[in-house]
Ligand binder design. Structure first.
Ligand code: SF4
Ligand code: FES
Length: 251
């Protein structure tokens, strides 16, 4: 396949950046999108040109590093698919593909397609943990959590922190990400002792990082590669309200 690429190049956070055209011949339909970028970079290095900087790690849809805007869609054209799991057979011979980084005030561009997602780490550090001692292995036949509850928690736990929800939201809101983390822990018994404090802290850190507010357009759910549901946002709002009232009663 022959593929024409229009890739965002930006030297650093202060550079204004621009789209640059590249043409690649002999792209195999079986290459992943990141392998196609690897081939481009090998060619650039061979010509003594600067390779395109992009984030990646596991290349198995697990780590959440590989977020790219591909033709204006977070992680490209397929639902429930990360950029590393997207294959070039999803495009046609001769296609022109626009490749851009996540665009959000809270995700400043480091270089080219790489953005700084430390704001997500700050949100996790502020409340995404439990501090109870969960003890040793449970007794045989003990079922402390029902399957329904466990499924609900594990569905929320699927969030890989990629940031596609932020990038696809017109407000650059991080509500889907934060709600997944809050629901995951708030649904399980181990997460109860800090449940009210957790939601307050994570929402406060999210607001301080400069993410926008949720206006219920659900673009985040459509583009999320792990299918995190916006029902988690409703749960987050409920816990936030409950924790606000509880702290006012305590005061
Ligand atoms: S909620 Fe979905 S889109 Fe957002 S960070 Fe988690 S996995 Fe990525
Ligand atoms: S590189 Fe890890 S999810 Fe894509």
């Amino acid at each position: 396949m022959k593929i024409n690429l229009k890739i965002w190049r930006q030297d650093g956070p202060k550079d204004s950046g621009k789209m640059v055209d590249y043409a690649l011949d002999n792209v195999s339909p079986d290459m992943s999108f990141l392998e196609m970028l690897d081939v481009l970079n090998e060619q650039l290095v061979g010509k003594n040109e600067e390779p395109v900087a992009f984030d990646h790690d596991c290349r198995e849809g697990i780590c959440g590093s590989c977020g790219l805007m591909i033709n204006g869609q977070a992680h490209g054209p397929h639902r429930l698919t990360t950029t590393c799991q997207l294959h070039m057979r999803s495009f046609k011979d001769g296609d022109t593909i626009f490749v851009e980084p996540w665009r959000a005030q809270a995700f400043p561009i480091i270089k080219d397609l790489m953005v700084d997602r430390d704001s997500f780490d700050a949100i996790i550090q502020s409340g995404g943990f439990i501090s109870v001692n969960t003890g040793s292995a449970p007794d045989a036949n003990e079922i402390p959590v029902s399957t329904d509850v466990s499924d609900e928690a594990m569905n929320a736990a699927e969030c890989i922190g990629c940031g596609a929800c932020v990038a696809s939201c017109k407000n650059a809101s991080a509500m889907l990400f934060v709600s997944a983390k809050v629901s995951h822990m708030g649904t399980l018994p181990q997460g109860q002792p800090e449940r009210m404090k957790r939601v307050q802290k994570m929402v406060q850190t999210m607001d301080e990082a400069g993410f926008g507010n949720c206006t219920n357009t659900s673009a985040c759910e459509v583009e999320c590669p792990k299918g995190i549901s916006v029902t988690n946002i409703a749960k987050l709002n409920a816990d936030y309200l409950r924790s606000t009232v509880a702290s006012e009663v305590d005061a």
